[in-house]
Design a protein around this ligand. Structure first.
Ligand code: CTP
Ligand code: ZN
Length: 157
């Protein structure tokens, strides 16, 4: 091991998924969205790690789990440059870039306080729209848009 490196690094895993290059401020949202607190897999997390390209980053390593593309699509909104590394027998066998899905159900809150989804137990439903270089979520119920900079997550049961 490199003794002179004072920063803690997260140990390599044998099989599973490594979510790398997560913006430091989005790490815990990603953990929520992926519902990691409910998993029994071995999970290691690094927060505020030094990154040459990002300054600070977050990383999540989940042993023995490989996500379906639909499961990780939501994190494209809050961690657009995250890399999904598939690890088999200690080797990175695939690197996936996540693309933003066209619609979202039941993950993010509608920003409109008057929206029915904020008053009744109805899953939120959005369509992704692009305006200039910004991504917005258009609510299916109230037709207001929610910007993706301050997305609030609907808490999972
Ligand atoms: N990783 C791991 N366990 C392994 C192999 C890799 O946890 N058995 C992690 C590495 O620590 C790294 C990520 O998976 O965070 C991707 O590995 P690799 O492609 O080798 O690293 P980089 O080249 O730095 O990746 P990138 O180019 O995406 O920055
Ligand atoms: Zn709404």
């Amino acid at each position: 091991m490199e003794q002179k490196d004072k920063h803690l690094k997260v140990t390599a895993i044998k099989n599973g998924t490594v979510l790398d290059h997560i913006p430091a401020e989005s790490l815990f949202k990603v953990i929520d969205i992926l519902n990691l607190s409910k998993r029994s897999n071995q999970i290691t997390i690094g927060s505020n790690l030094d990154s040459r390209s990002m300054g600070k980053k977050g990383i999540i390593k989940i042993s023995e789990h490989f996500f379906e593309d639909e499961e990780i699509g939501e994190i494209a909104l809050i961690a657009p440059n995250a890399t999904i590394n598939i690890i088999r027998d200690y080797e990175v066998v695939e690197k996936k870039i996540i693309s933003i899905p066209e619609s979202f159900v039941g993950i993010f809150r509608c920003m409109n306080p008057m929206c029915v989804t904020n008053h009744q137990d109805i899953p939120t439903k959005f369509t992704t729209v692009r305006e200039r270089d910004e991504v917005l979520l258009l609510c299916h119920y109230c037709e207001k848009t929610t910007d993706t900079r301050n997305l609030k997550i609907v808490s999972k049961k």
